[in-house]
Each structure stands twice: as C-alpha cells, then as structure tokens.
Design a protein around this ligand. Structure first.
Ligand code: CVU
Ligand code: MN
Length: 594
C-alpha cells in the first residue's frame, strides 16, 4: 500500500482510427481496439509500483476518429486519474485532430508496422504534429512487418512500451510529492543545500524543511508509537549485532551508554518514518499535526555535523529506512539520503521508481589501480576487476539489501522488489551486517554504523544528478558490476578506510574511449562525492526518464541503440549527446520556465 497521499497514476491507452465511415472506420474498429487491449495487458502484466500495487490502464471508451472522440477520451482520463498516455493505431488517422494535447502528460505513439493500412504514415504525421506543437512524444514502430490480423506485440515494440511506461509513471509519481529535508547543509556538501526551485520546476516536488531539533522534541515528549518502539527495540537487539568497536579505549562508550544509544537511534528511526509519511497512531495519542507527515517520496537527514557532534548518528536510521524490511516485516524501501544530499536522494529515487528496488547511497571514495592493489596487498586483481576498481562506501544510507544475500532463480546474488524477498533472505541480509560503534573522530555523539560488503557480482548502475550553473541539471550514468574481492585483499583495502561502513566494490563497464576510457576516468569524471546505485543495468531507462524531465545526460555507457528519447530530439541533430542538450534547453523544465 502506497505511503503517499493521493491515488496512483494510471496509464491511458488511446486507440486512434481513420474517422471515415461507410467502410474504412468500421473495418478497423476491432483491430484498433484490440491493439489497445494488448498494450494494456502488456503494461498491467509487466509493471508494478514500488509499493507493490499493480499498474492500471484505462482504455478510451471508443476508438478516436476525430477531435470529439479525443475530447471525450481526455475527459475520461481526467476523471480516472490518467497521467501517462499511449496512443496506438494500425492505420492512417488525422494527426492533430486525434492527438493528446495535455502538455504535462508524458506521451508515446505506437504505429503498427503493417502495410494493409498506413499506420506508420500516421505515426510519422502524429510525431510531426507533436514536434510542431512543442509536445515531445516517443515514437514506437516495430522493425518487422506484421500481418493485419496479428495481435502479438513484437519484442522490440514491447521493450519500448515498457521503457516508456516505466519512465512516464516515475514522472507522474514524483509530481506533487515532497522532499523532506531534516536539517539542511551538511559539511558544505552542495547537494545538501536543497534547491527548491529545481525540485519544483523539474520534478514538481515541493521541499519540506524540518529542523533536526524536532527529533529531540519528539524523543523527549514521547511523540512516537510506544508499542512499535518496544517491538522495534526488541527486533533490533535480536537482529542488529554490534561489531568490533574500532574506537580507542578513551573514546569507547560503556555498555550502558551504548544501550542508551540503541534506544535513541531506534526512536529516531520511528520519528523519521513519521515525519516522512505520518502515522495515525500519533493522532490517537493526541498529536494530530504530527500524525500527518510531509507526504515525502524521498528525504534526507543532515546528520553531520552539529547533530552528530552531540547526538547518536543516523546511520542505523538511514540504513534501515533504505532497506526492504524492518521490525514490521518486509516492506517497500524508503528513499532516504545521508548528509542530506538531496541530489543523491533524487538519483536514488529515479532508480527506485524504475526498478522497485532498494538503493545504495555511496561516496565514490577511491580508485584502486591494479598496480596500487598489488603494491599494498601483494595480490593481483583478477576477472572483471583486473583493470581497476572503485570503492563505494558511505556511512549510513546504503540499503542492507546491498549485502546481496538475496538470490535470483539461478541462485545468483541479486536485489529484489520487496514482494519477492523471503524471510530467510531478510535474515541473511541482517546476519551479514554488523553494527560497530560509530567512529568517534567523525561522530562524537556516538551511534552505530552498518558494516557489510556486497557479496559476489551483480549488474549495477550508478547514477548522479548534478546541477551545473548556467545549464541546470545534468545526469550521469555508469553501468557496471559489483565484485567481491578475495577476503584478504578486501580486508587490507577496507581497513585503510573506515571499515565500520558498508563497502561495494564497483567495476564500471569501460569502452576504451571518452569518459569511459578506463575505470580511472569514470571516477575522474564523476560529478560529485556521491553516487546512487541500483541493481541491474538500468541506464537506458534512466536516459528515457531524463528526457521526459528535460534533464540532459552528460555521461553514460549505454549502447546507442538503446537510447530512447522523444522523436523531436532527432530534430536537434544526429549526434545524440549534443541533441539531448539542445532539446532539453529548448523545452525547459516540465513544470517551470527558464
Ligand atoms: C568524513 C566525512 O565525515 C564523511 O561523511 C565522508 O566520508 C562523507 O561521506 C562525505 O560525503
Ligand atoms: Mn558521503
């Protein structure tokens, strides 16, 4: 069940048709409506929301042969909460008379590749109309000619329909929600200085600000679910075992002090959940305003410093919120950034909305060349790590799902949507995580950090949204793999850093040229200290989503054939990257103005 206020967006399917009666329209009614039903079936059988709900499609009541039908369809879509539109047809139709003219609805058009009727001709005419009217639309056209009665959806068409629908639903889900900033600037990290106008203009997201002192107020006044707290503390004691205390004797806290820290960090977690999405229990307790929450689809905790100089850090809170489980069982992960890095929270949210999976928040900490690894460990890097690795590690906000203790059908390490995760897998994630006392030099107020390493090798994608003054937002994407180093190599390298934090060793896919020339260059070109990492190779989905949001992509290692953007982008030139920049600049932010 979605934690957010309001209904989930629906996908509207628009079967358009040649309006000429006395034969033409009548001969196409069944095929046209069947295309719409096939598209709806594909989407509903393939996609779900991160909260687990199924995606619902709404098909126009009739085929759309002219503006009256188009208006009736738009009216139905409005009533039904449709926020994405897919137009389908096997034949010629009257472009501007049947188009979806809603400027805020991400839209695509699928023209059946059959020659009995000029479906592709309509597709081109429709896309020309959308381009001429400044309403970018995705064009979908299968490579192989299909026979007139063929109601199957070819693989290439299916892939584009799903890629479009995933990105479009992500756009629709963000609109009207909040980013919850608990505290503000963290250690001068620019991404933590929340850019309210960017959130509003590009994502339709409002920034909500709550001072960190609110956590103390609620802790001191007992403004949290007392019953849940008891359950949470007991679960935590049972499942979150302290690791080695790396602090010197003089900085180590006593067992009693650590007990107090555990109690506080559990309360912090309950309170951050309540701040994000409210809690009806608080109303029963007489805290009506606090029971409402901030309708936050993502959030961030400043933490460092001030709070962490005085209070236990939020690593436990951030780790548990970003995981697909807690004391209440297996559930949708939150999207919650440490160091209040809002830009990384957005990057995590893109990954979460596109995959329905929990996300990693990492410092892009160290590039290790094969030579340096051999120098300090005496061992050679092998396999896909042989040309160098990047150490991804940050206190806090990395999901425990990133222990990679979940398995796919073949038994390989993976990360799954919460509804596919078993209790046993949850326990393995917890059993492979230790919670050493927070390192005193950084976290004077104490607390605990999640300590684990990502097991085995998984396909992963790191992305990062950056703000470049004068251009605005740009997105960078690096597909690659997590790798597990031999224990002795991992230990030596990890001990040189902050071994109390979670580690993922990352090997980006390199191409030998440009920004992906080699592993070193990928890190050198990374635009900030943080990256958001998602399971799977989702670069093409991120590229499609970015184009819907008018955010240019400045770096990616996705095969050019998988780059899918609105057809109008072609009007900005053949060289895809420059065209992307020109198109995004031309259209400007979805909800704002340049
Ligand atoms: C050293 C700082 O306190 C840490 O927070 C650092 O590792 C960071 O994560 C900075 O992004
Ligand atoms: Mn960091």
């Amino acid at each position: 069940m979605s934690r957010l206020i309001g209904r989930l967006p629906k996908v509207g399917i628009r079967p358009v048709i040649d309006g000429r009666e006395l034969g033409v329209r009548e001969s196409l009614e069944v095929q046209c409506m069947d295309m719409a039903k096939a598209a709806a079936k594909l989407i509903e059988e393939t996609l779900r929301f991160p909260s687990g709900e199924k995606v619902e499609c709404v098909i126009a009541d009739t085929t759309i042969g002219g503006v009256a039908d188009a208006a009736a369809c738009a009216d139905k879509f409005k009533r039904e909460g449709v926020e994405v539109s897919l137009t389908v047809t096997p034949c010629w139709c009257y472009g501007t008379e049947v188009m979806d003219t809603d400027p805020l609805t991400p839209k695509a058009v699928w023209g059946f590749n059959g020659t009995e009727r000029p479906g592709a001709v309509y597709l081109a005419a429709a896309l020309a109309g959308y381009s001429q009217k400044g309403l970018p639309a995705f064009g979908i056209y299968g490579k192989e000619v299909q026979d007139e009665g063929d109601q199957t959806i070819p693989q290439d068409v299916s892939e584009k329909i799903i890629r479009f629908a995933k990105g479009a639903l992500a756009v629709a889900q963000m609109k009207g929600k909040s980013y919850l900033s608990i505290g503000y600037s963290s250690m001068g990290i620019a991404g933590s200085m929340v850019d309210v106008n960017f959130l509003q203009d590009y994502l339709g997201v409002r920034a909500e600000f709550v001072e960190s002192v609110e956590l103390l107020r609620r802790i001191d006044k007992g403004i949290y679910d007392q019953e849940e707290y008891k359950k949470a503390l007991a679960w935590t004691k049972e499942n979150c075992k302290e690791g080695k205390d790396y602090n010197g004797d003089e900085a180590q806290k006593s067992a009693e002090e650590k007990e107090k820290d555990w109690e506080k960090v559990v309360k912090m977690t309950l309170i951050c959940k309540d701040l994000m999405n409210g809690n009806p229990k608080l109303k029963e307790m007489g805290f009506g305003e606090e029971s409402k929450g901030r309708n936050a689809i993502m959030g961030g905790f400043q933490g460092q410093r001030q709070w962490t100089d005085y209070q236990p850090n939020a690593d436990f809170t951030e780790s548990i919120l970003n995981s697909s489980f807690d004391w209440n069982g297996i559930r949708q992960a939150y999207t919650f950034a440490t160091e209040n890095d809002c830009l990384n929270a957005i990057s995590m949210l893109f990954g979460h909305l596109l995959t329905n999976k929990a996300q990693l928040f990492s410092d892009v900490r160290t590039y290790w060349s094969p030579e340096s690894v051999e120098r300090v460990t005496g061992k050679k890097l092998t396999g896909i790590a042989e040309n160098g690795i990047i150490h991804l590690i940050n206190s806090g906000s990395t999901t425990l799902d990133a222990t990679a203790q979940q398995s796919d059908a073949e038994g390989n390490p993976t990360m799954k949507p919460f509804w596919d995760i078993s209790e046993e897998e949850v326990q393995k994630c917890l059993d492979n995580t230790k919670w050493p006392a927070a390192i005193f030099e950084y976290f004077r107020g104490g607390g605990f950090s999640s300590q684990f390493k990502t097991k085995g090798s998984m396909p992963i994608t790191m992305c990062r949204l950056n703000l470049i003054k004068g251009i605005g937002p740009v997105l960078q994407i690096a597909e690659g793999w997590s790798v597990e180093l031999p224990e002795d190599v991992h230990y030596i390298l990890d001990e040189r850093t902050n071994p109390t934090w979670p580690t993922t060793w990352f090997v980006p896919r390199t191409t030998g040229k440009g920004f992906f020339k080699d592993v070193y260059t990928v890190m050198a070109k990374w635009g900030a200290n943080h990256g958001a990492i998602s399971h799977g190779h989702i670069g093409a989905d991120l590229i499609a989503l970015a184009s819907m949001l008018r955010i240019p992509v400045n770096m990616h290692n996705v095969d050019e054939n998988d780059v899918f953007r609105p057809s109008a982008w072609s009007g900005f030139g053949e060289e895809l990257e420059g065209a992307d920049y020109r198109a995004c600049d031309n259209y400007g932010p979805l909800y704002g103005f340049k």
